[in-house]
Design a protein around this ligand. Structure first.
Ligand SMILES: NC(=O)c1ccc[n+]([C@@H]2O[C@H](COP(=O)([O-])OP(=O)(O)OC[C@H]3O[C@@H](n4cnc5c(N)ncnc54)[C@H](OP(=O)(O)O)[C@@H]3O)[C@@H](O)[C@H]2O)c1
Length: 304
């Protein structure tokens, strides 16, 4: 494949770091705007990666950032907002996506890869899922000059994730006891490298042009079993206290006001729908998804 100029919005986070490392290793040139590029020092060692400080919510700045790119990838996402109104989700997901599409069209960018989330829907139960649904509508409504692909993964695991690592940290702190809201909620955890492979396969469009892919791992697991499995790897075990919904909602409401929001009412509402695939998009991409149990022991353990 020829060398591409790729701009990655949200490229400094968990998914971005893995994707940028893969694309840089393949020889592509990457531009990463960030609110705080110096926080992403781990990316500085990669060849052909330019980190720039930029407020990508400003349309003029965004135009400058995406100009001359062969591909723009949008990974920006938040799990929680300041406050509870939903405005933070709208700005980060829906509004920024709309502005990015406008910036791509105005500067002649022709290829756009969009990170959404499994369950994203304008009629979803949470601000997170609804704002992701609105963002998808903006992508699908893009003029023909902008060729797009949307990815909708279930929860993503891998080194540096905030899924198993967070549960392992909480279990270590609590001596293995975990009060859990929506303990029966189902997921299909998907490996970060498989998600990265999907983006890489879609760089040039082709069969992935104007397509949307739900991405799931090979197994379905409940939240409670995911925590139990993490506890077994971390050496803490896990005694799950499954909270009835009324109590889980109350727990979430209290957490809404804890700095950093480790859990929130919006997270609780997202958990009211299962996060599993009807049709796994990996099949259409020719990728065999990797089981959780093949990878998790490589980065979660008693001493890690
Ligand atoms: N992780 C998962 O399990 C999972 C599952 C399904 C979908 N996704 C989606 O995948 C994407 C990446 O997730 P991740 O886990 O890599 O998240 P992450 O580690 O929290 O990274 C988020 C990225 O978004 C940027 N960002 C956050 N808020 C922003 C804002 N208000 N304005 C501009 N930039 C902002 C951050 O950039 P700076 O701080 O450098 O500015 C950072 O690079 C998100 O869209 C997420 O919804 C993730």
């Amino acid at each position: 494949m020829r060398t591409l100029d790729i701009t990655v919005l949200g490229g400094t986070g968990f998914v971005g770091s893995a994707l940028v490392a893969r694309l840089a290793a393949a020889g592509h040139r990457l531009r990463l705007p960030s609110r705080n590029p110096y926080a992403a020092r781990h990316l500085a060692v990669l060849p052909n990666v330019e980190r720039i400080r930029a407020d990508i919510h400003d349309p003029e700045t965004l135009r400058r950032v995406v100009a001359d790119s062969d591909v723009v990838i949008n990974l920006v996402g938040i799990l929680n907002e300041k406050g509870r109104s939903g405005r933070g989700f709208e700005l980060a997901h829906a509004e920024l996506t709309r502005k990015t599409i406008v910036a791509c069209i105005e500067t002649g960018v022709s290829r756009y890869l969009h990170m959404s989330a499994l369950g994203a829907s304008e009629s979803g139960p949470s601000h997170y899922l609804r704002s992701k649904g609105v963002a998808e509508r903006h992508v699908r409504a893009a003029p023909a000059s902008l060729d797009w692909t949307i990815f909708r993964p279930s929860v993503i695991f891998g080194r540096g994730d905030s899924l198993l690592n967070r549960f392992a940290g909480l279990l270590r702190l609590s001596g293995g006891v975990m009060p859990l809201a929506r303990a029966g909620a189902k997921f299909s955890p998907v490996w970060i490298d498989d998600v990265v492979s999907s983006f890489e396969a879609a760089l040039l469009g082709g069969a992935t042009s104007r397509q949307s892919y739900d991405l799931c791992g090979p197994e379905v697991i409940t939240l409670a079993d995911l925590v139990r499995y993490t506890g077994s790897l971390a050496g803490t075990g896990a005694r799950i206290v499954s909270l009835p919904d009324a109590v889980g909602r109350l727990q979430a409401l209290v957490m809404d006001f804890v700095p950093g929001k480790p859990f929130s009412t919006d997270n609780f509402l997202s958990l009211t729908v299962d996060n599993i695939c009807q049709e796994n998009g990996f099949a259409r991409l020719g990728i065999t998804p990797t089981p959780l149990r093949a990878i998790a022991p490589t980065y979660i353990g008693p001493s890690r």
